[in-house]
Every structure is written in C-alpha cells, then in structure tokens.
Design a protein around this ligand. Structure first.
Ligand SMILES: [Zn+2]
Length: 304
C-alpha cells in the first residue's frame, strides 16, 4: 500500500477532509460541512483535503464538481494539495476488496433491490439485507453484487458531539454491499480506503452520515486501518423540519452573499459571531475562536 505524502510525513498531525458528492451545487448543509471540517483542521494547524466523491458515476451531474470547487474558493475555503477524485481510484478499492475476499469476508449476491425490500426487514437505512445469498457460495461474476459478511458483534465508537455510539450492523443494516451489481465500488468501501490512504485523522461531517460510520469502522478493522476521530454535527433542516439537501431543493449558494452565509454557518455550529469581512478573514478569525464543544447535539432549524 502506498501511503500519501501527507501521511508518511505527518504522523500524529491533524488531517481533515471535505468530501462532497457532485450531484448538484453546494447548498447550505454541505457548506456547513465544509466550514466545520475546515475550521477544525485550521484550528489544529492541520491539513484540509478536498475529495470529490464521484464513485457513484451514474449519479454524478456533469459540471457539479467544478461548480462546488469554485464555490469553495469564493467562500475562502482553500484546500491543501490536489483534489482527489474517487472515479480515478477504482484500483485502490479493488485491492482492498481483494484482501477481504481472500479472507472469505465477502460473498456474491444476486438479489435485486426489490427482493431485498420484499423481505420486510426494515432497519435504520431502509431494508435490512436478510442474508439470502450468504450460504449459497455463488460464483462471482458480472451482474452480481459483493457483500461483506457482517458479524453479530455491535460496533462502538466515540463521537465528539454525539457521544458514544453503539450499533448492531447485523440487526439494522445486514451484510452490506462493497461492490455493486453494476460493477462500481460502493460508497462505504471507497470512503474507508480513501480516508486511510490519505491519512485522514479526523472526520467532521453531518449526522446524516452517522449511521454509515459503524459500517466504516467495521471495514477499517477488517482492513487493518486506523479509525479516525469522528465529529458529526446535527443536520441542517428547513423550518418545516425537512432535511436541507439537493433533493429538497435547497437553494444554491450565492458567493456575493458569502459574509452573511458564513455568519449563518457559524451560528448553526454554535460558534461565536465574527465581524463581517472577506471570507478568508472571517474564516481565519473563526478558526482562532473554534470551539467544537459549542456544537449542538440536536438539529437546529434554519429559515429558508
Ligand atoms: Zn443476495
């Protein structure tokens, strides 16, 4: 395994990242993730990486990644090093998958989404995979997914905002997909491999990904990777209580409004107000005053 320069030179250092999916422009919820991960890294005099999570190529919107990067720059969010693109990293994901496969930790699955939904087991993130193909010993091949054999042992980790999280993947998710029927590597595998190879020490992101974390921790353990520290801030919602996302048509951000939008992001994160100025000045001051312990555990609503 090749370690990134950041990792080989920087053991013990803080390496954070922002990892947007290019499915549309940056909205307020994703800006909060960028700001929080940026400030946490800068406050620790650490490195802040940007990774475009375009592993799910059918969902990628052409031009969205470039648009996100331009918006980050306009908001003063300057990243370190080169931007990584998951769509260029399939060989890394396949190597990790091969190491799991060689130890009998994966198996091919021929179930359709419909068949899994019809099993009637509902967990935290939709249907729980009932393990239909676990004992079938199907030969792997095109058109079949590949799943991780999940053990019954609950996975626990400490979150810097949410506290101790303990979670049974077997009960609530089931054996999860590492490689999809269409041959693409699954998000969970890609994120775990990227975080490890990029030497990420700290993951700061929204609580909509809180229930992905036990799956990622389980994969880290199987692959012999260190588990980063985690901080999940609450999810930004509309006044209606609906999650703010591209799906709910959250408005794209206007760089001309950077100062009030950054002020709103800092308020959402419970941070002290900062005098309006250029985005870079505001972020530098916010990094000096960064207090992750002021982040609320539960969602606040924003007007939109
Ligand atoms: Zn199956």
């Amino acid at each position: 395994m090749t370690l990134s320069p950041a990792l080989s030179q920087g053991r013990g250092r803080y390496i954070g990242r922002f990892a947007p999916s290019p499915t549309g422009p940056l909205h307020f919820g994703s800006l909060v993730a960028a700001v929080a991960s940026f400030l946490a890294a800068r406050a620790a005099a650490g490195t802040w990486l940007v990774r475009i999570e375009d592993v799910d190529t059918p969902r990628t919107v052409p031009g969205a990644a470039e648009d996100i990067l331009r918006t980050l720059e306009a908001f003063g969010l300057r990243w370190d090093g080169e931007v990584e693109w998951q769509s260029h990293r399939a060989a890394h994901y396949e190597r990790a998958l091969e190491s799991l496969r060689a130890r009998g930790l994966t198996y091919p699955c021929r179930c359709s989404r419909r068949e899994i939904a019809d099993s009637g087991l509902v967990g935290l993130e939709g249907a729980v995979y009932p393990g239909t193909c676990r004992a079938l010993a199907l030969p792997s091949g095109p058109g079949l997914a590949e799943r991780l054999r999940v053990d019954e042992q609950p996975v626990a980790f400490e979150d810097r905002v949410q506290g101790r999280i303990e979670h049974s993947i077997a009960r609530d998710i089931g054996d999860f997909v590492l490689k999809r029927r269409d041959g693409l590597h699954a998000y969970q595998l890609a994120v775990v491999v990227d975080d490890a190879l990029q030497g990420v020490t700290d993951v700061v992101r929204g609580a909509e990904l809180l229930w992905s974390t036990p799956c990622q921790v389980a994969l880290q353990r199987h692959l012999g990777y260190p588990t980063p520290r985690y901080l999940h801030f609450p999810v930004a919602t509309h006044a209606s209580g609906e999650k703010l996302s591209k799906q709910t048509r959250a408005p794209a951000l206007d760089a001309a409004e950077a100062a009030p939008v950054l002020a709103a992001a800092l308020a959402f994160l419970g941070q002290a107000p900062i005098a309006a100025g250029s985005p870079a000045e505001m972020l530098a001051e916010a990094a000096r005053q960064w207090h992750p312990d002021r982040i609320a555990r539960r969602a606040a609503q924003i007007q939109s």
